[in-house]
Every structure is written in C-alpha cells, then in structure tokens.
Design a protein. Structure first.
Length: 335
C-alpha cells in the first residue's frame, strides 16, 4: 500500500522493521516496510529520520513530496535501482531516427484512444437517462476518432519532422474531449474549460493534484526501467523538464485520474477549495482515491494487472523498444 502523510508536523521514524508515523510525539501508525509501495508526503512541516531514508532506499520504496497544488517537487529513491547504460545510450540515439517519431506517435495515440474510451464509458450511463447528453458524447467520440485515424496514417523519419502535426491532432482532440466533459460535469462545480497552471476552481485543482500523484508513479517507473526522464520524444526538450515522464503519463491520465474524479463528482463528493487551493481533507481523500484506482485491474496483453503494474511494464516496453527488441504499443484502457 501507499503511505500518505498529510498532517503538518508529522514525523517518520524507523522501529525495527517498521515505519512509524508520529503526530505530536504520539504514534499514529506503524507499518512493516515490506508492505509499503511508496511514501507520499503531501504536507509541509513533515520530518523524517535518516534511518527511514536508508531503509526505503534499500527496499526500493520511493519517497515523494507533493506541493499543495499536487506538483511533485522531490522524489527520493536509491540511485542503484537503474537499468543498464545501453538503454540510455539507445534512448538518446532514438531521438534522431524513426524510433523517436514512432514513440511520440504512439504516446499521442494512447492518449486519444483513452479519451475516446472514457467518453464511451460515461456515455453508456446516459443513453436512457439523458439522451441529449448521450448524443452529444457520441458526436464527440466520432470527431475524436477521425483525428485518431488521421494520426494513425501519419508517417515520418524523425520526431522533428512530425512533432507539430502530432501535437496539432492531439490538441484538437483534447479540445473536443474537455468541451464534452464540461457539458456533463454538474454545473454547480463551475467547470467550463481545462486549466493547468494557476487553476483556482475545484475541478481543475483536483485534476492537477491527481496528475501530480500519477506523475510520481510514472517518474519512478521510468527510472527503474533505466531510462532518462529528461530525454522525451513527444514533449520538446527544455532544461529541467522531464519530457519522457510527460510523454508516458499521457496514456494514463484518463483511466487513472479523469475517471476517478468524474466518478466522484457524479456522486456530489464533499470536496472543498479554500483560497484557490484544495483543503487538507480534500487532498487526502483525493490522493487515497487515485491510489485506490492505481490498484484496480485492467486488461493488459490479455491478462489482468493493476494499473500501477501496467505503468511499470509500459516503461520497460519503452526501454525494450529503443533497444530494438520489440514494437511499442500504447496502453488503452477498457470502457
């Protein structure tokens, strides 16, 4: 399980083979290290001992720090949990040949396909309950599918030759997708459009926070696969920008975060925003639900795996592809 630390002033220590969480000097929780997937720290004022850091490094447990808006500002993990250097060498070389183009294309296809499937998922409950919304969603699905088909036919020898075309199709798809969702999300939430940076409304803030949690999962998976998180393909290079993390996360935004948040909004969840930020209770509840979704199983290569495992397998698939071992196919969730 993931251990979420959301209380100001909490302390993480080690006792024997257990991770101990204290608040105001009193033990709140104890958990064996072998049961912990990740430590997620979502509050300021949290302290931890060097013994905890050492034990987590040895056990391969990442410690992730999230800001109040969900942005991961630090991830601590062992530097020894890496793949072979040949993977990174081939990753860099792939940028300048057809491998880079193919990866960028597949990342975008995965995202667009999952947008289609999520709209299918929300439409099936409205066919009889809300025929007008159903027809709107069917129309949107058709438009996005046309863009997907155009992208499938796109050819190129390197990503530099085709990035603009790929991003154009991806952007048009996203515009239709978010416009469709804005018309089915309950009006009392006031969601009219997707906003990334500086969002102050509840829905966009929840999306950004959820993506931050997902980001930490993808970043760790990429590191464990022996890949360079800053050498991406679909997202352009920029100093300090983890382009490959942003590439791979595209396949998982809809099935992990969007689906979770849409489901909760449909139940009129009591999430709140204060001074433009999610309050502590909302952040904790949202984090728990996103992590719960990561443990849900989806069909992947004809077998059932948790979404957390699928993320790890997709990262390893990127590594295998750049090494020339097998084709790369994006993850597309069912609906």
């Amino acid at each position: 399980m993931d251990l979420i630390i959301s209380e100001f002033g909490s302390f993480l220590g080690k006792k024997s083979e257990r991770l101990v969480v204290k608040e105001n000097g009193k033990v709140k929780e104890e958990m064996p290290f072998f049961k912990v997937n990740q430590v997620l720290i979502t509050s300021n004022g949290v302290s931890l001992s060097s013994d905890v850091i050492n034990e987590c490094a040895v056990a391969g447990i990442p410690i992730t720090f999230l800001s109040s808006d969900g942005k991961p500002y630090a991830i601590m993990q062992s530097p020894h949990l890496q793949g072979t250097v040949i993977t990174r060498r081939e990753q860099i070389l792939a940028y300048n040949d057809s491998r880079g183009f193919e990866l960028a294309k597949q990342f975008a296809l995965g995202k667009i396909s999952n947008q289609i499937n999520l709209l299918k998922y929300v439409s099936k409950y409205r066919k009889t309950a809300n025929p007008q919304a159903y027809e709107m969603l069917v129309s949107s699905i058709s438009k996005i599918d046309d863009l997907r088909k155009t992208l499938e036919k796109l050819a190129g020898q390197s990503i530099e030759d085709a990035r603009e075309n790929i991003l154009n199709l991806e952007g048009r798809s996203a515009s239709i997708y978010w416009d469709s969702l804005s018309r089915i999300i309950p009006s009392n939430y006031g969601f009219s459009r997707r906003e990334k940076r500086g969002a102050t409304d509840l829905v966009n803030s929840a999306l950004n926070y959820g993506y931050g949690i997902l980001y930490s999962q993808v970043a760790v998976a990429i590191a464990l696969a022996g890949l360079d998180p800053y050498a991406g393909f679909l997202h352009a290079d920029r100093s300090g920008k983890p382009s490959l993390v942003l590439d791979l996360i595209e396949e998982f935004r809809q099935p992990v975060v969007d689906r979770t948040i849409l489901g909760m909004l449909g139940k009129n969840v009591d999430w709140r925003i204060t001074d433009g930020k999610l309050d502590d209770k909302t952040r904790k509840d949202l984090a728990s639900r996103v992590i719960e979704r990561l443990e849900a199983k989806e069909t992947y290569q004809r077998k059932k795996f948790t979404l957390r495992t699928i993320i790890q397998r997709q990262a390893r698939s990127i590594a295998s592809f750049v090494r020339g071992e097998k084709p790369y196919k994006p993850f597309v969730a069912g609906w």
